[in-house]
Design a binder for this molecule. Structure first.
Ligand SMILES: Cc1ncc(COP(=O)(O)O)c(C=O)c1O
Length: 454
């Protein structure tokens, strides 16, 4: 084993690394990164790594943005913290900006992370139904979510997460959650067209609402396209149909845009690929391109209004995070959104995404590439052992492709530790600012890795 540098050894001795087996960390700790610029990370030995996942799907504007550092510095000097009980200028302005971008008529509630944004959404939904005026609204407690999706790691958010491997060892999950299938066109019943498949999985939502008792269902939460669970893109008829079903049964619709927000998929928000409005949007990650921890729960006015009452009647939302709407985070987010708009990163995501998709499509000739899918700069490459049967590939071979890219110092990921048997998708979501040469290097690294598993 190579001798570790001081900081690497300190990390092995002191740091609890997420998602990794301790033994693997001891054998080969991840590189110590000292700098980020554009899509490039530099490690302590001066090696440069091309980050094709943008951190964890979040560094949308790329690393090393001086403007963001400057705005954080200025805000820290001026007002480095404020209790959310008061109003900080950037926080109010960011709320207004989010309403403008989402075209939501409503209000915005800030939290520090995507998990907490979803947790806040669930509590809002529960309290909303109790106070909505619906005679038995208090019965509406159940949240329907989908297998394959990740919604965070807090109690209700991990409950809503449809990834069994993420839950092993954590005991009982909240009783109010029900899971249904997401659209998965690649593995649909082959007698069905993609649209018929979209209709079929939407019908599962309706059936579940009916079986559970429509007056007991509070909300349906979904990512417009499942990201960490394997990049699953729905047929075009699915999301509009989901909206109709939710409306029919008085079920609130929550879009988790934690990954798909802020230009990631070629529109400012993922759901804007379809002409559909949710009741709640949760977002995080790209909101500040990962430079600050920040998330938002954006609700429509109908929900907000149900919390208007009289002093003492407990109708207000009794929920707060010390760091919710942190002024440094919101100032950075405002500047980050200004960069996204000024540099036309929505269009860039769509155009560079289309270019990369075209390149990735050529990998379909490889015997183990079952499907290449994506929207904007969000990609999934599903690897199979057999294209006819679609039997999944040996996980060791996926690791081999990722390891090969790592040898070329290109960072790509997979939908690891999600659902049993289907952790077979390479996932990529580079910063939206990458150059064509960087895009080609990423595609080349995947291609070279694939050559090694034939
Ligand atoms: C779709 C989605 N929702 C929620 C979360 C949770 O966000 P956070 O890690 O900021 O708590 C994530 C994190 O990856 C996510 O991908």
């Amino acid at each position: 084993m190579a001798t570790l540098t001081n900081i690497s050894q300190t990390s092995v001795d002191s740091l609890w690394h997420p998602l990794k087996q301790h033994k693997n960390i001891q054998k080969a700790p991840p590189p110590v990164i000292v700098k980020g610029e554009g899509a490039t990370l530099t490690d302590e030995h001066g090696n440069e790594w091309l980050d094709a996942i943008a951190g964890i799907w979040c560094v949308n504007v790329g690393y090393g943005r001086e403007e963001l550092a400057k705005v954080a510095y200025d805000q820290m000097l001026n007002l480095g913290y404020l209790s959310p009980s008061f109003i900080a200028e950037p926080t109010a302005k960011l709320a207004a900006k989010l309403l403008e971008l989402t075209k939501m008529n409503g209000h915005v509630y800030f939290t520090p992370s995507g998990s907490e944004a979803n947790e806040a959404a669930f509590k809002m939904v529960w309290q909303y139904h109790q106070q909505s005026g619906e005679p038995r609204g208090y019965l509406r407690r159940k949240i329907i979510s989908r297998y394959r999706a990740y919604h965070g790691n807090t109690y209700a958010a991990i409950g809503a997460t449809g990834q069994a491997e993420r839950k092993i060892g954590f005991g009982n999950q909240p009783a109010e959650i029900r899971h249904i299938n997401p659209p998965y066109p690649y593995r649909r019943h082959m007698n069905l067209t993609p649209e018929e498949h979209g209709e079929q999985v939407a019908a599962e939502l309706e059936q579940t609402i009916i079986y559970e008792g429509q007056e007991t269902v509070a909300a349906f939460i979904m990512e417009p396209m499942i990201s960490g669970g394997g990049v699953l893109i729905p047929p075009d008829n699915y999301i509009p149909r989901v909206r109709e079903i939710c409306d029919k049964y008085g079920v609130l619709l929550i879009f988790d845009e934690v990954v798909s927000g802020f230009a990631r998929t070629g529109t400012m928000f993922g759901h804007q690929h379809w002409d559909v409005k949710p009741d709640i949007i949760t977002c995080a990650k790209g909101i500040a391109s990962g430079y600050q921890p920040l998330a938002a729960t954006i609700v429509n006015q109908k929900i907000y209004d149900a919390f208007i009452g009289n002093p003492g009647d407990m109708s207000h939302y009794r929920h707060i995070n010390t760091y919710g709407g942190h002024p440094v985070a919101t100032a950075v987010a405002l500047k980050n959104i200004e960069i996204i708009e000024r540099e036309g990163l929505v269009t860039r995501s769509a155009e560079m995404g289309a270019y990369m998709q075209e390149q990735f499509d050529q990998l379909l000739e490889h015997p183990n590439v079952g499907e290449v899918r994506g929207k904007g700069m969000l990609f999934g490459i599903e690897l199979v052992a057999n294209k006819e049967t679609r039997e999944t590939i040996d996980p060791a071979l996926i690791d081999k492709v990722i390891g090969s890219a790592k040898e070329e110092r290109v960072i790509i990921g997979k939908n690891g530790n999600t659902v049993p048997g289907l952790c077979n998708v390479l996932v990529l979501s580079p910063p939206l600012t990458i150059t064509k040469a960087e895009a080609d290097r990423i595609v080349g690294a995947v291609e070279n890795g694939l050559k090694k598993i034939i």
